[in-house]
Design a protein around this ligand. Structure first.
Ligand code: 48H
Ligand code: FE2
Length: 260
């Protein structure tokens, strides 16, 4: 016979186990779009303790909607290479252009990343970072709905050796850091340069080039990398996002494995 309170206790206990285990991480990823999910996949696959936080109910960021709500995305040759590592395969449209169903891509990225060991927390937003010795050293978290409602409820905190800002166009984490701490970033101007208009070819190259550590302990990937470092946008072509996530993971793996 099913006991309603046992069901409740099972959920509360299991959730608290997951959340407690995520309070001290190798990498905390903010944003569950393509770049954050791919970064999480490669970090988890390498055995790192990594969790991803997204304030929304559904993980996947901008992939779900394809282009203008047509639920297909395009990737190029290099992006298709990464997708193959994730057991996905684009359908060739013209030489150098592959298409995929955006729902299948999102669902598969989430599934592969979690099966590799990525812990995903949906419904949790990131409002601030922890600073220790001039280094980003963790996240300040709260329920996504709390910030949407504009309530003042104090947050909780977790530590991590790296934070990845994968929050998309708004580069929210880097923006908060600069606004609150007035720090200089590792960008051309030392400030947040801002995203540029549409140029798919340049934008795709920019996304990978701009992926990196912009402040000690804080990396940017995906559209956040272009927003922070001044890259072009590219529309619904997603190869650069996937490659950026992989690049961010490689940089952090190098940092984690070469730290004292
Ligand atoms: C918790 C947060 C917070 C926060 C945001 O936008 P995304 O899909 O991110 P990317 O960079 O991996 O992918 C970008 C791509 O989707 C895109 O927009 C492209 C290719 N655009 C080209 C163009 O021309 O427009 O996902 C970011 C995620 C979202 O799910 C947000 O909910 C989440 O981050 N998020 N989560 N705390 N403070 N800020
Ligand atoms: Fe976008």
């Amino acid at each position: 016979m099913l006991n309603e309170v046992t069901i409740s206790r099972a959920i509360i206990t299991r959730y608290m186990d997951k959340l407690s285990a995520a309070l001290d991480l190798d990498v905390a990823i903010v944003g569950g779009g393509p770049s954050g999910l791919v970064a999480g996949y490669y970090l988890a696959k390498a055995g790192k303790k990594v969790a991803l936080f997204d304030r929304k109910l559904s993980i996947g960021g901008g992939i779900w909607g394809g282009g203008m709500m047509f639920n297909e995305i395009v990737v190029q040759e290099a992006g298709n290479g990464i997708l193959q590592e994730l057991d996905l395969q684009g359908t060739r449209y013209e030489p150098g252009y592959y298409t995929l169903d955006s729902v299948l891509v999102t669902a598969t990225l989430i599934c592969k990343a979690m099966r590799a060991g990525l812990q995903i927390f949906n419904l949790i937003g990131v409002d601030d970072v922890v600073i220790k010795d001039n280094r980003v050293s963790g996240l300040v978290i709260n329920w996504g709905a709390v910030s949407t409602l504009g309530w003042h409820i104090d947050p909780l905190t977790l530590f991590s050796r790296y934070v990845l800002d994968a929050t998309g166009h708004d580069a929210e984490i880097t923006t908060i850091l600069v606004r609150k701490m007035g720090v200089n970033l590792n960008t051309e101007t030392g400030a947040i340069v801002g995203e540029k208009s549409m140029d798919a070819e340049t934008g795709e190259e920019d996304t990978v080039k701009n992926t990196g550590e912009v402040y000690p302990g804080l990396l940017v990937s995906g559209m956040a990398a272009n927003a922070v470092c001044g890259g072009y946008r590219m529309g619904p072509v997603f190869g650069g996002m996937l490659l950026s996530g992989k690049r961010a993971a490689e940089l952090m793996l190098h940092g984690l494995d070469h730290a004292r």
